[in-house]
Write a protein that binds this ligand. Sequence first.
Ligand SMILES: CC(=O)SCCNC(=O)CCNC(=O)[C@H](O)C(C)(C)COP(=O)(O)OP(=O)(O)OC[C@H]1O[C@@H](n2cnc3c(N)ncnc32)[C@H](O)[C@@H]1OP(=O)(O)O
Ligand SMILES: O=C([O-])CC(=O)C(=O)O
Length: 377
Amino acid sequence: MTEAKKLSGAGLRGQSAGETALCTVGQTGSGLTYRGYDVKDLSANATFEEVAYLLLKGKLPNQAELDAYKTKLKGLRDLPQALKDVLERIPADAHPMDVMRTGCSMLGNLETENSFDEQQEATDRLLAVFPGLINYWYNFSHNNGKRINENTDADTIAEQFLWTLHDKKPSDLHVQVMQASLILYAEHEFNASTFTARVCASTLSDLHSCITGAIGSLRGPLHGGANEAAMDMIENWKSPEEAEKEIMGMLERKDKIMGFGHAIYRTSDPRNAIIKEWSEKLSKDVGDTVLYPVSAKVEEVMWREKKLFCNADFFHASAYHFMGIPTKLFTPIFVCSRLTGWAAHVFEQRANNRIIRPSADYTGPEPREVTPISERD
Ligand SMILES: CC(=O)SCCNC(=O)CCNC(=O)[C@H](O)C(C)(C)COP(=O)(O)OP(=O)(O)OC[C@H]1O[C@@H](n2cnc3c(N)ncnc32)[C@H](O)[C@@H]1OP(=O)(O)O
Ligand SMILES: O=C([O-])CC(=O)C(=O)O
């Protein structure tokens, strides 16, 4: 017989595991701030590069600082041939998050962070290279061995992702949505992947190891993988009525509905309203009459039936779909963004470090002696 789930303290919920000056989740204003700035304000009035600068360097850049930072990142997009060789060997049916993990790890071999003095340089390199890395693999493995040019004229990381994916300059609307999306996903306090990065950093390991581990944690459907899982679900439904019927059945069977609920927020995720608005705009832009209404119906039914709300992932699914992004590339976009938060947490951990090593409540057998092998069952 399975025992009832022990909830108190499970998953370290509600327990403080350290301090951070980077982010609040579920506190004043809309609930989510990066170094004191509301994410709503940032997504309306800043670019992803400004947010990256804020998280990594501690302040919003002025125009000259932003221009210099963008120029620097543009100059770091080149994929080393040894990395391209590895990417070309990864099969088309691999999961792109596994490609990101391997790509990050490979760069750690080619361009090892030898001292913590190099942490900003190593982070900037990953920020510049990740969009081209995943899209180089995607095009090579899915487009008859097509080798894209990762050194595009894209002005920003948002534009670089779309440009290297589709191998052409994206529309202004799509770049705008991607900017907002990257900002919304950039940082979220002690979530599972960030905590992974901090635990790794606390052993004084290198940046690439911290980020590679974090990618592995983000991959799961209970965390970043939920945007793909949500898309896999909603694309099956042809009308809001069908969506309602299917969701009711899933709730009856006690299935998990991906893209809903949150470990910290209780009534809403502030990122949802923002990405939902973009999804609606894109829906009109492409003349969609199904996916957005289906998504809105799922949101309505989940709140009505369970008081469960959309988290950041749910409307990202339709928004990315409307921009022609293949579903399996959804979570790698999250990586391109969250890298800023992960790295900022690694810097913070290193600046005031003690190895993270909690205790466990032992529930195993009492002490006993080893039975000789001939006498064991
Ligand atoms: C960017 C992000 O990473 S946001 C999170 C993305 N993940 C998802 O969308 C996956 C779906 N959601 C979930 O699995 C959960 O809500 C999590 C993992 C996000 C949070 O987990 P928890 O903190 O344990 O959630 P919480 O304590 O609020 O859940 C209580 C109960 O609410 C219910 N519940 C919570 N979320 C859902 C959901 N999405 N669908 C159905 N029921 C749910 C469950 O009955 C859960 O109890 P049980 O799992 O023990 O049966
Ligand atoms: O905070 C969490 O647990 C998950 C989340 O929303 C995020 O990482 O963006």
